[in-house]
Design a protein around this ligand. Structure first.
Ligand SMILES: [Fe+2]
Length: 318
């Protein structure tokens, strides 16, 4: 099996120890194509996030209409949102457990955004932190600025931080993030313990563009009766998660539209799933879910009628 020449032996061996060899090869082959294709690959045909010339046109339009500054300022207007999750299945010891959820950080969207995000989370109280992908602004190219931002952010996060990869993330950043003390879940699970009880935290690789998610493998070590939280970049895995009898799905990817009409109505959401699942809390069959509108922004560093968020989910025993 021939791996791309840009990946060092040390990184390759470290990743092979974490993921199936073929998983690594398939993901690296897509990443090695460089600038990601606008059409093809992934769950939907069209990928606006990869259309760099369109991004330039949008930037020019925003400058001509004098909206770029307002849109960029909106990116720094981070809200702390709260979501209450109630379940009979939750173990008693986890009643009141708080999960800080950050998604779509795109932390290098401008040179000050890492500081804005770090300052926001440093003031929060929570029991565990989870990140649901998209650390880089672009979908290809250097990861240096995003990794510098993630290093700064980690100093403002307390305790264990679990993370998954999104469609903007290279699998080659996994060793870098893990050296910063983020624990990546690459089709893997861990147990969270509180008192004498445990719940399962499951994380899968990106299902939207790379399609390297493997829920079956990720659930291998999960007890059949465990309360389970799935971290996945996009809500597009909702049917599989419900079918697997998982309890809670946390995701992002849609940015809630990012550019919305007044009233927060998204012009597009870039996900193959019902619009009701593309923002905030939702339920599908017995599965409860929450789709974060994200902390950052992609395509252009601007948001309209869709303020960015960091979310605290509080679990309640019914
Ligand atoms: Fe994103």
């Amino acid at each position: 099996m021939k791996f791309p020449s840009y990946i060092t032996t040390a990184v390759r061996d470290r990743l092979i120890a974490r993921v199936n060899r073929l998983h690594l090869k398939l993901r690296l082959d897509i990443e090695a194509e460089g600038e990601q294709p606008v059409f093809g690959h992934g769950r939907n045909l069209f990928h606006i996030e990869n259309w760099l010339s369109l991004h330039s046109i949008i930037k020019v339009v925003l400058r001509l209409t004098q909206l770029h500054k307002r849109g960029q300022n909106n990116c720094h207007n981070l809200r702390v949102t709260h979501n209450e999750v109630r379940s009979e299945h939750l173990p008693a010891a986890f009643d009141g457990y708080r999960v800080l959820h950050l998604s779509d950080l795109h932390i290098d969207l401008d040179s000050n955004f890492g500081e804005t995000l770090s300052q926001t989370v440093s003031e929060l109280d929570y029991d565990v932190c989870v990140l649901t992908g998209d650390y880089r602004f672009l979908t290809s190219g250097s990861t240096d600025a995003s990794m510098a931002g993630m290093k700064q952010l980690r100093q403002s996060l307390r305790g264990d931080v679990y993370a998954i990869l999104g469609n903007h993330d290279s699998i080659c950043t996994v060793p870098l993030l893990e050296d910063m003390n983020y624990q990546l879940l690459l089709n893997e699970s861990v147990q969270l313990r509180r008192g004498s009880d445990t719940i399962a935290l499951i994380g899968v690789d990106d299902p939207h563009f790379f399609r390297c998610d493997n829920l079956e493998k990720a659930c291998d070590d999960v007890a059949i009766d465990a309360y389970s939280i799935l971290l996945v970049h996009s809500p597009e895995l909702y049917k599989q998660a419900a079918s697997a009898d998982l309890d809670l799905l946390l995701c992002g990817h849609t940015h809630g539209g990012q550019f919305c009409l007044p009233g927060g109505v998204p012009m597009m959401v870039n996900a193959e799933c019902p619009r009701a699942l593309c923002r905030g809390s939702w339920q599908y069959d017995k599965l409860q879910g929450y789709t974060s509108v994200g902390c950052g922004a992609s395509i252009v560093p601007a948001r309209f009628n869709c303020a960015p968020e960091v979310t605290i989910h509080t679990l309640h025993k019914l």
